[in-house]
Write a protein that binds this ligand. Sequence first.
Ligand SMILES: *Cc1c(COP(=O)(O)O)cnc(C)c1O
Length: 230
Amino acid sequence: MLKQLKKNVDAVQARIAEAAARSSRTVADITLVGVTKYVDVETTRSLHESGCVNLGENRPQVVWEKSSALHELPIQWHMIGHLQRNKVKRTVECCELIHSVDSHRLLTAIDEAAADQDKTCRVLLEVNVSGESAKHGFSKSEIPAALEFVSGLSNIKVEGLMCMAGLIGDADDARREFAMLRTIKEEFESDSPANVELRELSMGMSGDFEIAIAEGATLVRVGSLLFEGV
Ligand SMILES: *Cc1c(COP(=O)(O)O)cnc(C)c1O
């Protein structure tokens, strides 16, 4: 299993490097977040051993369990799925970055939990770029108010934006949605409050991470490709 995992991680890293080169980007500016929601604690441990340091989970309880079971390893945990306010405290405790912040109420809850824990929580704002009503995230028109709201929170740092491409679209739709996220970042990055620094773009999964890199992704969230044949 370890051998196959290592092979998969190397193959994905090589594809990231090629996609970066095609867009004249530096590969060091792109971080692979290995999404471990498909596998158990031991396979997650093996993925880390295979060279994947940044790991993502979409369910709060699972990230609590795995981060606790693997606490001796220098894993950087990313929360990438919908987060309810009653699950914020433990998630803030164990995650380096919360990608999926989609409401003022959640921002407030994270700020309060971070203040209690004497830390600053790094987050991304999720943007609903596909316009699909089933998707979470701020619409583009809600971003100015969200950034204004963040300026009043002292234990939050917004480091960028995150999106999921629409479920029903094709590669062209995905490209358009990723480009939209980049455009929103560019529009607001120069004129944002002190605790907002829009430099990260979390976008792209197994099926479309190369398109996302062409459009400026700095964090790609890849799951299923890493576990093929494992
Ligand atoms: C599952 C998941 C991914 C990874 O998807 P794959 O297609 O398996 O690479 C990325 N982001 C989020 C939010 C997810 O839930």
